[in-house]
Design a binder for this molecule. Structure first.
Ligand code: ZN
Length: 481
């Protein structure tokens, strides 16, 4: 049986020599349609339509790799030269076309594929899967301006290797396992004793480099270290610096990727001195840093606005942004979705450019569309989220509390989307996504996964509109034009 053509994607039409390519929606899902000699390069089924032979190719990882060889623009690239870069992330593999539509007319470089190892595990996807979803979205939308792919929050050699092998253009190294948080508040005598045990040739070198010196960052910001603080900073960060150096030397020196250092997943705020020390050591050893994510003051929790004093954030952010500018990389803001009260500050103060990661917000917009269009599915997901909130809190640090969420049995269908406006329910729906996607019914079938995909497929244009609207508010608040 020939799958029926339901919808063509005109922006996907391309030709190469005597071959033509375009994407279309059939009753059996979205496919790539190829005619001519290039069809032999792709897996698919040959069909005849109006007397013409076509090959209908499924959107697999293998086919995406062929497309990447045939069409240069479908490969992820470094963000060089772009002041504003936004990491979107697309947990379901359905949102990238919406992200592309949002940025296509703007001076913003999109990092479409952006998944942490944790997210891959929770969604049962691989680096290849995540990149392939971005490749197909780019092809379908005919987006030729370039995009990035971020192996996000990678921790080990193995993880970095695997993202590089898949062709990722950005590597975010999460140094948190090597940052000695436990020493951040240790009593000074303990710090001094530990410091005294470091090799003397190392401490002498470091002291000559950092003590009794003033490092001008910009006209009104200078960095200086006093000796007790310096010892503490060295003890807390040296293991992380060593780890980053070994990853860089072994794997990234010759790789053409944007290297982001992430020191944000810690319990303590990153002081300007710590930021300076980490960056200065790495750069001194020849590391090319594309961006660095410190832990800012206040709380940047997932999917809700900034918690803390915005004017304090402004002071803190300014110093980190100036440090980044002076060192020649971007300042990176993680958990950057929905931080509307601090977006204007980020947009205004990050003179050297910034990278903003907004991952899970595309998932929440998917849930919003489900709440609007498939109320009974939403009710099931909502009940599941509340039941498993406690379990999910093991993976994500949030304050969301089930007691603050209105009983769903007293809410009409029309009121369901309001749950996406309330902080506690937003967080509950956000952090339980992995458990929700993996949940199985008694017969072993997926409890929600297939239904979620079906609903978003059916209401695709609603989903893209919701993404454009919500993420568009982010860009407006940042001052992106
Ligand atoms: Zn982070």
């Amino acid at each position: 049986m020939i799958p029926v053509l339901l919808r063509e994607y005109p922006d996907s039409a391309r030709s190469r020599g005597d071959s033509t390519f375009h994407m279309e929606e059939t009753g059996e899902g979205c496919v790539l349609v190829v005619t001519g000699p290039d069809a032999a390069l792709l897996d698919g089924a040959e069909k005849t339509r109006s007397g013409k032979t076509l090959k209908l190719c499924p959107l697999t990882v293998e086919n995406s790799k062929v497309i990447r060889k045939l069409f240069e623009f479908t490969n992820p690239v470094r963000h060089k030269g772009h002041n504003v870069t936004i990491g979107f992330g697309d947990r379901l593999g359905l949102a990238s076309a919406g992200h592309i539509r949002l940025v296509s007319g703007l001076d913003v470089f999109p990092v479409l594929a952006q998944q942490s190892k944790r997210e891959l595990n929770l969604t049962n996807r691989t680096y290849d899967d995540v990149l392939a979803a971005a490749v197909w979205a780019v092809f379908r939308e005919g987006y030729t301006k370039g995009y990035g792919a971020d192996g996000d929050h990678l921790k080990t050699h193995e993880e970095v290797k695997s993202a590089l092998k898949s062709g990722y253009s950005m590597i975010t190294l999460d140094c948190s396992d090597h940052i000695r948080n436990d020493l951040a508040y240790a009593p000074q005598p303990e710090i001094d004793a530990r410091y005294a045990k470091l090799p003397t040739n190392l401490t002498t070198k470091l002291e000559n480099r950092y003590l009794n010196k003033i490092f001008p960052v910009c006209s009104d910001i200078n960095i200086g270290f006093d000796e007790p603080d310096f010892r503490r900073i060295a003890l807390v960060y040296l293991p992380a610096i060593d780890h980053a150096l070994s990853i860089y030397d072994d794997l990234l020196k010759d790789a053409r990727v944007d290297f982001e250092i992430s020191i944000d997943e810690t319990l303590t705020t990153t002081s300007p001195q710590s930021h300076f020390f980490v960056a200065n050591e790495l750069i001194g050893h020849g590391v090319k840093i594309a961006s660095l994510a410190p832990r800012f003051t206040g709380e940047l929790q997932k999917r809700i606005d900034y918690r803390g004093d915005p004017s304090e954030f402004e002071r803190d952010f300014l110093i980190h942004a100036k440090l980044a500018e002076a060192f020649g990389y971007k300042i990176s803001v993680h958990s950057g979705s929905d931080k509307f009260s601090i977006f204007p500050v980020i947009g205004k103060l990050a003179g050297g450019g910034y990278h903003l990661k907004t991952a899970g917000t595309s998932w929440l917009e998917a849930v919003r569309v489900i709440a609007q269009r498939a109320p009974s599915l939403y009710r099931g997901m909502h009940a599941f989220a509340l039941e498993h909130l406690h379990e999910a809190k093991k993976y994500y640090h949030i304050t969301g509390n089930a007691a603050n969420i209105a009983d769903i049995n007293s809410v009409s269908d029309a009121g369901l989307p309001d749950y996406l406006e309330q902080d506690d329910s937003r967080q509950a729906l956000h952090i339980t996504y992995g458990l929700m996607l993996q949940a199985k019914a008694e017969d072993g079938s997926a409890l929600f996964r297939d239904k979620i995909y079906e609903a978003l497929h059916a209401y695709e244009s609603d989903y893209f509109t919701a993404l454009e609207k919500h993420l568009g508010r982010h860009l407006t608040a940042l001052g992106v034009k």
